[in-house]
Design a protein around this ligand. Sequence first.
Ligand SMILES: Nc1ncnc2c1ncn2[C@@H]1O[C@H](COP(=O)(O)OP(=O)(O)OP(=O)(O)O)[C@@H](O)[C@H]1O
Ligand SMILES: [Mg+2]
Length: 478
Amino acid sequence: MNFWLHRCHGSLENELIAQPVHRAPGSIAENFAASSCDVSESMLGVACCLQEGSIWAVSADQTTSVIVTPLLFAEVTLAALPEGAWPDMAVVAVVPPQDSKGLKGTIIDGAENAGSLGWYVVIQGLTQAYDMLDALSGIGGLRCDLATSFSIADADDCVIGEGAYAKVLRMVSRDGSEVAVKQMNFTADYDSIEREIGALIQLQGPNVVGFRGVFWFVENEQVLFSAVLNLAPHGDLLYKVLKSGVMEENSSKPMFTGVLNGLLRMHERGIVHRDIKTENILLDAGDVPMVADFGLACYITDEAQMTRRCGSAGFVAPEVCLGTPYDCKVDNFSAGVILYFILSKEMPFSSANRDSAATMRKTVKCSLHLHRPPWDTMTSRLRNMLRQMICKNQEERLSAVEAMEHSWLVGKSKKDKAAAPLAASSEGPPDAPPRPSMSLHSEFSAMPPLEESPVALGAAESYIGDESEYSARPPLPE
Ligand SMILES: Nc1ncnc2c1ncn2[C@@H]1O[C@H](COP(=O)(O)OP(=O)(O)OP(=O)(O)O)[C@@H](O)[C@H]1O
Ligand SMILES: [Mg+2]
């Protein structure tokens, strides 16, 4: 055990108390490290560890009790202790947010509104201290040291993606691994940041993009956030289809199963993604799909969010176009559209000039024509799967579990099963990351998100004919 709570918190597990933090100048950890020389001899207090998203005290008989929880948006900083007195020792300061809702009551809300009590973990070994800091990041610790933690390897080729809400850069971390840094556009809606980061943390596991941390900084008096993610070495699914062409029916099975598995993780935890589309499916080594971009994700129990009409035209379900109540099954409709696209390089409800309103009208009608090429050469099980996913009626539409049990997937041969791992393969290093051609990408990418497209909304509203249905929607983003 190389972690201790500093003695200032107390020396008995059941009597530990948080301590006032000193903010300026320098970071909280730096200020503490500077002042800790005075108490160096009795510095090490109760042993502690990090598990299940909390800091726990460990007593002499190895029983644990939780000390600091939750750590989502706790301010975390690190400083080395003075070399002379304590060589290769560091302190990690953890200041939990003052409010439990959104990012209010954290340092981004101003020092005067941030938490004023913190915890100091003393760690033997600088490398271990950085590991602890990274582990805290992975469970949502809020950091401000992006610039010193990651560097750009190639300034001319660092932009790997751009969406409606963010720019994504390839960067290199301290340990040499490549990461994707999603620099989010300015938003004053901290709840949306909390939803995206909270969903990412809760969903970590197979077929969901890996989350490394959330960082903040101030630019032109605006607070900006970056989410650091594991780099998807093979880009996104749209890029793959545009580059390599349509997939064969058999090779699309593991891909689609992986997407369904990602949906299952979400839906089991009561989270709905609401923006499932090819650009938001990233590809790991071995082309294992990972669901990404939780910018529109929310809990199914969040009544205000669940009245919101959002998503991307072409992928969005009929009930969203209509503004009627919806649930997790919206993601399954979009997954069906993904399957249709990767097999045909066509969208089921496309319209001339990428007219979002016309696309949504076709979506609401929801007629699939699968008796023509290329579908007439594919199996009837596949066509049945498509019909049950791209299905107007939510009740009749397959859930993720039902789709995974559909005969098109379970009826596959043993040979297919062996070739269809869900998790990333452990074979050798991945190929060099592709260099997505942004122009190629944007030509085919989904139409603008619904909320970004007032023209489309207006037209869709007139099609539906009842404007009052949308009055509860939040204002359009600026
Ligand atoms: N971890 C990653 N590895 C590689 N590429 C990534 C990664 N994350 C994102 N990208 C690329 O960046 C693009 C934009 O990222 P993302 O979808 O998260 O941003 P966004 O602005 O929220 O998008 P949208 O317009 O869909 O709302 C993705 O479509 C993908 O091509
Ligand atoms: Mg996206």
